[in-house]
Design a protein around this ligand. Structure first.
Ligand SMILES: C[S@@+](CC[C@H](N)C(=O)[O-])C[C@H]1O[C@@H](n2cnc3c(N)ncnc32)[C@H](O)[C@@H]1O
Length: 424
């Protein structure tokens, strides 16, 4: 699924396509599949699949049709009508792409959908990332990706929230191969509302628009989002994207260890008078197994700028509500997370020398945290411009040991009160 550069971003019109599984066409076919290949596509465990089909051998097309008809079936990263197409298509040969060599830090340019297949199997101990959110931001160097469900769009610019959820789950599925058995995945994301709105480059632009200081007319914006045509979402409704991603992560085999609320120490004012304002984002903690590597005491050992306890906001007990600052932004990237967020995730779930991956590295804050904590780091982004910023920031961090980082190294966290990340 090679990505290509976008010249312009089309508007988002959340019109659910009409489509259904053609059972008659498939019932004549005689291909066979392993249960391991089928399970993440039908959203069921191997044990449940065995219970439904009644045998332990390879699965036939009629076994898969039986699974697709179950009450327990639920979509993961393909529509129901696409599952058998996906299972029977030949896998593209990626042997020509070289495996990524991990230095103290390595930054790779390209779409995550292409680059993840170049990571060594079972090599990544921790993934910590903040993805584009659905229909919220325009990034530099936006890149069109053709996804497994057939949609071609920049990530975050899907026509429906369901498309965004599928693409997110596809990335999580592609990641599985590269994770060590006791790895952790920390997935920062935020929900979107199904509203008619202009899509902007950063939160400051949104704030100026709220203050009536954006002189552009509706049609003069680079990309817009409409709200009509969805199969059930009404205008102005919250889409419930983080919850849907968490459920599907479980259905493709992850253990959902926690759904963490990041209570932001500051957030933008919102003009809506019929609902409360948003002040949170989510961090999904996912793991290939029930007991990932985990050092809860790191929270009390490291400095707040690297994710230790936020003095005055958090107690000594590390709970699933994290009160962390928002990022000051800067460096020309409009949706950064604070170093403290990846720092906390990395300190909790890795040891010095382990490999940390941010597949949407942006301006490099996860890399800054990883190097300050003496972990190896891989960052991926489609934007050469953001990667250049990340390189500059990460190489300025002299990684020299976890304990030293915990007590001595100052990390810039001085602009906690400026709202920037992930707010539309
Ligand atoms: C929310 S930002 C990440 C910001 C980062 N956490 C930081 O602190 O600077 C999301 C990033 O994903 C990148 N991106 C978008 N689509 C991508 C894709 N298909 N593959 C890799 N990166 C992508 C964007 O260029 C953007 O930098």
């Amino acid at each position: 699924m090679p990505a290509r550069q976008a010249t312009s971003l089309p508007d988002i019109k959340p019109q659910t396509p009409v489509g259904a599984l053609d059972r008659n066409a498939w019932s004549q076919r005689d291909e066979q599949f392993t249960a391991d290949d089928v399970a993440p596509l039908v959203g069921m465990s191997i044990t449940f699949i065995r219970k439904v089909v009644g045998h332990r051998g390879p699965l036939s097309v009629s076994d898969v049709l039986l699974l697709l008809d179950q009450d327990a079936y639920s979509e993961t990263f393909l529509r129901r009508s696409q599952v058998l197409d996906f299972l029977t298509q030949s896998t593209p040969d990626s042997a020509t792409d070289s495996e990524i060599e991990v230095e103290t830090h390595t930054l790779v340019s390209g779409s995550v959908t292409d680059v993840l297949d170049r990571l060594a199997p079972a090599s990544v101990q921790c993934v910590v990332t903040s993805t584009p959110y659905w229909g919220m931001r325009i990034y530099d160097d936006s890149t069109l990706v053709t996804w497994a469900d057939g949609e071609t769009c920049a990530y975050g610019h899907e026509q429906t929230p369901e498309g965004f959820v599928r693409h997110t789950v596809q990335i999580l599925w592609q990641l599985r191969r590269a994770l060590t058995p006791d790895a952790s995945v920390w997935w920062n994301l935020m929900d979107s509302y199904n509203t008619r709105t202009q899509i902007r480059g950063n939160a400051i632009e949104a704030l100026l628009a709220m203050q009536g200081k954006d002189g552009r007319k509706w049609n003069e914006h680079e990309a817009r989002r409409h709200s009509a045509g969805h199969s059930y979402l009404k205008d102005g409704e919250q889409c419930m994207i983080p919850a849907r991603v968490a459920e599907r992560a479980s259905r493709i085999g992850y253990h959902v260890r926690s759904v963490i609320t990041w209570a932001k120490q500051s957030s933008l004012p919102e003009p809506q008078n019929s609902r409360v304002s948003r002040g949170l984002e989510y961090v999904l903690h996912l793991a290939p197994k029930r007991t990932p590597k985990f050092d809860k005491s790191a929270y009390r050992r490291i400095q707040p700028a690297l994710g230790g306890r936020s003095i005055g906001y958090e107690s000594d007990k590390l709970s699933d509500v994290w009160v962390l600052p928002t990022s000051s932004g800067g460096n020309g990237h409009g949706a950064q997370f604070p170093v403290a967020l990846p720092g906390r995730c990395i300190a909790l779930s890795t040891d010095p020398g382990d490999v940390v991956l941010d597949p949407f590295v942006g301006s490099g804050n996860a890399g800054v945290a990883a190097r300050a904590l003496d972990r190896k780091f891989i960052g991926i982004d489609v934007s050469p411009k953001y990667l250049a910023t990340a390189e500059e920031k990460i190489s300025a961090v002299p990684g020299s040991g976890f304990e030293a980082a915990a007590t001595e190294r100052p990390v810039d966290n001085a602009h906690q009160d400026l709202p920037m990340t992930g707010v539309d």
